[in-house]
Design a protein around this ligand. Structure first.
Ligand SMILES: [Zn+2]
Length: 464
């Protein structure tokens, strides 16, 4: 919505806003759940059990088409080497990828128009922009096909956990449906078309949170979706009020868009009485990973190829930056794209039995790493907060190479011991050379899109 639309929307009574949310729900369904979505979902529900070799063979076919098309239809990839067919799909895939240079975000940003394929009509894609929380925004060309395929991956996961497209649900995502200036409940709006209740993640102050609990209990939802940080705040309020949902009433909670931290998962599962299942994806629509019942992240092999640039490894896993290639027929092909996230891939098949590549976790964005004065990159700093029930929310901010600020929203058990214990935890990972300052606060500022970043470093900017 533009500013004028926001002003008009905000002036309407709640009933009219609910009606507009319902119209929006109808529009979203029409865009998402297209015939291509339905066909892809039914095909991928069959291919999910294919052997790893079968997946590899399909990826090879898709990569070959993608490379041939990119050479023919885009300016950027004109000089790309031809695919190398060795007779064996796995080695063809590997050798072809090896010949292709890694695509850096900065190159895509500088030459965006050269990626747009000539064989797509303007009606076949939509132009979008990333929110640019960590730098300049990227312009993206999203084909309707890839958009639908992303939702096919989402819905394959949800249906596997017994949720169907028509089910009512609770949503805790970044859309602004409750005007920001509103001071009194309801801090939610109703979309009758999609049977969802859209909770505002921008009004979650301690004083307002209690009002969220009644509608959560009253709605006939079978699942919930949203940002882990927002679900976590509501969960804490439900636990504090001793008003958790009865176990089993919801089938699952589907999280996405932010790193899911262990203490968030624990609180959400307690409050909502259902397992949390995560989805890792990117605005660029080049990668999708969905969590199984063992909470391992399976690469949706039909959607994209994920390589790991090895930084650390042992017999069981390999960790490093992810290099991703979106398959299918994108409007602007991105081949071997450095997405900016680090992940840990297992070297063993998952215990759930699903074949294909599987990750223990996505360790976070490269910008989420702390740089120490001796130039070490330290990731997963959020583990410092694991099991710390005296901390309601926290954010680590690094603005200089020799110092850190930790913003803390104190929880119920916060005491004189809490701050020294937190600093000890940080020092254990970072060493003694950094200045660490703890600042108590009553809330952590969100990014413009409503997301919470557990670690925020501004000192990577110079080289990105
Ligand atoms: Zn699994």
């Amino acid at each position: 919505m533009n500013r004028l639309q926001v002003a008009i929307y905000s002036a309407l009574p709640v009933s009219a806003q609910n009606l507009l949310c319902t119209v929006d729900g109808y529009r979203r369904s029409r865009h998402r759940f297209t015939p291509h979505f339905a066909a892809t979902l039914s095909e991928w529900e069959r291919t999910i059990t294919d052997s790893a070799e079968r997946h590899r063979a399909r990826q090879w076919e898709q990569l070959r088409h993608l490379v041939e098309r990119a050479r023919r239809e885009t300016r950027y990839y004109r000089f790309l080497p031809e695919p190398i067919e060795t007779g064996d799909p796995s080695s063809s895939l590997e050798r072809t990828l090896k010949e292709i240079p890694i695509l850096e975000k900065s190159v895509y940003r500088a030459r965006t128009m050269d990626f747009l394929a000539r064989d797509v009509r303007s009606s076949e894609f939509v132009e979008r922009s990333t929110s640019g929380t960590t730098g300049t925004a990227l312009k993206l060309f999203d084909s309707w096909e890839r958009f639908a395929e992303n939702y096919a991956a989402v819905w394959r996961q949800r249906r596997a956990f017994g949720v169907s497209l028509e089910d009512p649900f609770l949503a805790f995502t970044g859309q602004v449906t409750t005007p920001l200036a509103q001071q009194k409940p309801p801090f939610w709006r109703i979309d009758r078309h999609s049977n969802r209740i859209l909770f505002s993640i921008y009004h979650m102050s301690p004083a307002n949170l209690e009002s969220y609990i009644d509608p959560i209990h009253a709605h006939p939802a079978t699942y919930a979706e949203g940002y882990p940080s927002a679900l976590h705040i509501v969960s804490r309020a439900m636990i504090a009020a001793d008003r958790c949902l009865p176990p089993g009433r919801l089938r699952a909670i589907f999280t996405s868009s932010e790193s899911l931290l262990p203490h968030q998962r624990a609180a959400i599962e307690t409050a909502f009485g259902a397992p949390v299942r995560d989805h890792y994806a990117a605005t660029e629509h080049v990668v999708s990973m969905t969590a199984c019942e063992a909470n391992m992240l399976h690469v949706d092999m039909e959607f994209g190829i994920v390589e790991v640039e090895t930084q650390e490894e042992d017999d069981d896993w390999v960790r490093g930056p992810l290099i991703v290639t979106g398959l299918g027929r994108p409007a602007a092909p991105m081949i071997r794209y450095r997405i900016g996230d680090v992940g840990t891939r297992s070297k063993h098949p998952c215990s759930c039995g699903r074949p294909g590549d599987v990750f223990h976790e996505i360790d976070g964005r490269i910008e989420d790493y702390i740089v120490t004065p001796d130039q070490r990159l330290v990731g997963r700093m959020d583990h410092v907060f694991k099991g710390r029930y005296d901390i309601a929310e926290a954010q680590i901010v690094q603005e200089a190479v020799d110092s850190l600020r930790v913003l803390v929203v104190p929880g119920d058990g916060w005491s004189a011991e809490s701050e020294p214990a937190l600093i000890r935890g940080l020092r254990a990972r970072l060493g003694d050379d950094m200045r660490v300052e703890v600042q108590l606060s009553d809330r952590i500022p969100r990014e413009p899109n409503g997301k919470l970043r557990a670690v925020k470093s501004t000192i990577h900017g110079a080289r990105r």
